[in-house]
Design a protein around this ligand. Structure first.
Ligand SMILES: Cc1cc2nc3c(=O)[nH]c(=O)nc-3n(C[C@H](O)[C@H](O)[C@H](O)COP(=O)(O)OP(=O)(O)OC[C@H]3O[C@@H](n4cnc5c(N)ncnc54)[C@H](O)[C@@H]3O)c2cc1C
Length: 311
């Protein structure tokens, strides 16, 4: 089928790749491309965070984990590698449903838990270096025959293609009039120092993370809902550093080399469903919040499955 994918973030490019792989014709239309999408600002580790509905997200996440783990093993130029991390909790919580689906998972011993916390686990997960991954993903789409066009879309029904895949993230607020989609502002710091193991507290109210990439370690974070500010704020940097130092006291502030801000496309639930818009069949795939990379391949495979019903 002739498919038009709107959006060139991780959601759109993953869908484009999977559709091409299944023999469909694909054009990607977007107003912004890498390095100017939200996806380029993602930290990014595989971890279902700030996303719902839980059961679908878990299934999408597990599919994505397997694909990212394969990329880490077989395609190093994709910028994916496996790293160990520790997640800390201030109370005893249920273990995550995905614990048996990943490469390594264990509950922490008491003497391994950071001060101020009472519970936690160690897990192995893909770290995705977005400055490498996004261009790689685009090159894969191009090598399979996908084409790209720069355009700001105002009406989904006016696009070419038998099926339109809507992967516009935060853009759905305007394009679909979906006011459920809101920015969850994320600010991060880049540090030229490796913590060895990643440290995480992924509760939205106390969000703290250190994600070791090969070039820098990404320190976060913030998740400010409804905040559209794109400037780096000193007060957010101070708060991030204080939170990270509580988990990683050896952090050396003199090794800070930069930072960035991105607006996660948060929504009560990911919208992945088909709809008739005018004469056009549209498959929506947006609103992935803090887990767009984590869910990307799982969502792309569901999109392909829906497209096959219209073929
Ligand atoms: C600081 C930070 C850290 C993060 N860390 C992680 C992490 O560790 N793990 C994780 O899984 N996720 C993480 N995320 C979340 C992740 O970045 C997002 O969930 C993901 O990037 C969403 O991807 P997307 O492709 O849906 O949207 P986007 O990347 O926003 O792409 C949307 C695309 O649609 C285009 N578009 C929008 N409107 C229109 C229009 N009207 N016409 C044409 N084109 C349009 C845009 O130009 C763009 O190409 C993080 C985000 C931030 C900000």
């Amino acid at each position: 089928m002739r498919c038009t994918v709107v959006g060139a973030g991780v959601s759109g490019l993953s869908c484009a790749e999977r559709l091409l792989e299944c023999g469909h014709e694909v054009e990607v239309v977007a107003d912004k491309f890498s390095p100017d999408t939200v996806s380029d600002a993602a930290a990014a580790i595989w971890y279902p965070f700030l996303t719902a509905p839980a059961e679908r997200a878990e299934a999408w996440g597990v599919v994505t984990y397997a694909e990212l783990e394969r990329l880490a093993r077989e395609v190093p130029e994709s910028g994916v590698m496996m790293r160990d991390g520790r997640e800390y909790h201030r109370e005893i919580v249920e273990l995550p449903a995905w614990k048996d689906e990943i490469a390594a998972f264990r509950v922490l011993e008491e003497d391994e838990i950071a001060e101020g916390y009472v519970f936690g686990w160690e897990f192995r997960a893909p770290v995705i270096e977005m400055p490498l991954y996004m261009p790689w993903l685009r090159s894969i789409v191009e090598s399979k025959g996908g084409t790209f066009r720069q355009s700001f879309v105002t009406n989904l029904s006016e696009l070419d293609g038998e099926v339109v895949i809507n992967c516009v993230g935060l853009g759905a607020r305007e394009l679909c009039g979906d006011k459920e989609v809101q920015p969850a502002r994320g600010q991060v710091i880049f540090l030229n120092q490796d913590p060895g193991i990643g440290h995480f507290d992924q509760q939205p109210e106390s969000l703290t993370y250190t994600i070791p990439r090969s070039d820098v370690t990404v320190l976060g974070g913030t998740a400010q809902i409804g905040d559209w500010g794109m400037d780096i704020r000193e007060e957010d940097n101070d708060a991030i550093l204080r939170k990270v130092e509580a988990l990683w006291p050896d952090l050396d502030r003199s090794r800070i080399v930069g930072g960035t801000v991105g607006l996660r496309p948060s929504r009560t639930e990911v919208r992945l469903e088909s709809e008739k818009v005018g004469e056009r069949t549209v498959i929506h795939n947006y609103g992935h919040g803090g887990a767009g990379v984590t869910l990307s391949w799982g969502c792309a495979e569901e999109v392909v499955e829906i497209v096959s019903r219209f073929a």
